[in-house]
Ligand binder design. Structure first.
Ligand code: NAG
Length: 155
């Protein structure tokens, strides 16, 4: 079953949490527009994410808290318009196919993710590197890495 959401509606929405969903689809009938950023975005146990990347960027791009958990199929963040940019507290859990947290074609720039204060990553078996810019994150106070067997070193 698909869950159809209208991510451009609800102009005052601060927090969005969706969990346990076979397919998440955007109701593209409303125009994609920049609305106030979500403070908290939590998407867990989503089997299939079917929201166009441009719409994801507009709505989810600047949420302070960014949590994804239990995405079996997620191979890259950028393919869905997701990224580490714009968030302060980042949690990525149980994404077994995810290989990298940055787009393949573009390494993250330090000035773009300098606001990150917390980075928690767990159970991402195929993750084989962390962004080079990690050591330039001057606000980073919490970093947790657990059960990422493919990861052998970081900057
Ligand atoms: C996601 O699924 C896992 C495993 O089935 C479960 O333990 C967890 O509570 C679920 N997460 C949420 C937020 O529902």
């Amino acid at each position: 079953m698909s869950l159809v959401v209208s991510i451009s509606s609800f102009l005052l929405l601060c927090e969005l949490s969706i969990s346990g969903c076979a397919e998440l689809v955007d109701d593209c009938s409303s125009p994609a527009k920049e609305v106030s950023p979500l403070q908290t975005l939590s998407l867990s146990n989503i089997s299939k994410f079917n929201i166009p990347a441009d719409r994801t960027v507009l709505r989810f791009g600047k949420s302070e808290h960014f949590e994804i958990d239990g995405w079996e199929e997620l191979a890259s963040l950028s393919q869905h318009g997701l990224s580490l940019v714009g968030h302060r507290f980042i949690t990525v859990w149980r994404c077994p196919q995810l290989q990298s947290l940055e787009a393949e074609e573009a390494e993250l720039q330090p000035d773009k993710i300098s606001r990150v204060e917390s980075l928690k990553i767990a159970s991402c078996d195929r993750l084989n590197r962390l962004p080079q810019v990690l050591h330039e994150l001057t606000f980073l106070t919490v970093m947790e890495i657990q059960g990422c067997r493919g990861l052998v070193s970081f900057a």
